[in-house]
Design a protein around this ligand. Structure first.
Ligand code: FES
Length: 148
């Protein structure tokens, strides 16, 4: 069935089954491979995108549930790495293997939009993504650096 969704400020079409997870529409249909597959069960956060500015785990969102929500993926942050979070991530040398970092960045971006000066508790509450390399302390420092 054809679906029309807003992704990174562009209307995009996907002819897929209604229960196809948004993650696979982004990756396989639209070629936006910055969003990663980890657990497929809503647990790890590797697939984190934003729906109308709210974090969403795209592996658990069927395409039929997206509707008119505006989808934002890691590709929307900044192609030239000039976004304040990207600069902070580079300065703090956050990534190790890097696999989870696009989801981390999308969660951090949503956090800073909602809470421009987050406390440690705010960061811990918002950043529930898992990182097998244990970059959590660097993620926290980078969010604080980006917050200024
Ligand atoms: Fe979606 Fe893990 S792949 S939460």
């Amino acid at each position: 069935m054809p679906y029309s969704i807003s992704v990174n400020r562009h209307m995009r079409q996907a002819d897929v089954e209604a229960d196809t997870p948004l993650l696979w529409v982004l990756r396989d249909t639209l070629g936006l491979t910055g969003t990663k597959f980890g657990c497929g069960a809503g647990l790890c956060g590797a697939c984190t995108v934003q729906l109308d500015g709210q974090v969403a785990r795209s592996c658990t969102v069927p395409i039929s549930a997206v509707g008119a929500a505006r989808v934002a993926t890691i590709e929307a942050l900044s192609p030239d790495r000039s976004h304040r979070l990207q600069q902070a991530w580079i300065a703090e040398q956050v990534p190790q293997c890097g696999y989870c970092q696009s989801g981390m960045l999308m969660a951090a971006d949503a956090l800073l939009k909602a809470t421009p000066q987050p406390s440690d508790a705010d960061i811990d509450a918002a950043m529930t993504n898992l990182c097998r390399c244990g970059t959590y302390n660097r993620v926290r420092r980078a969010i604080k650096r980006a917050a200024g």
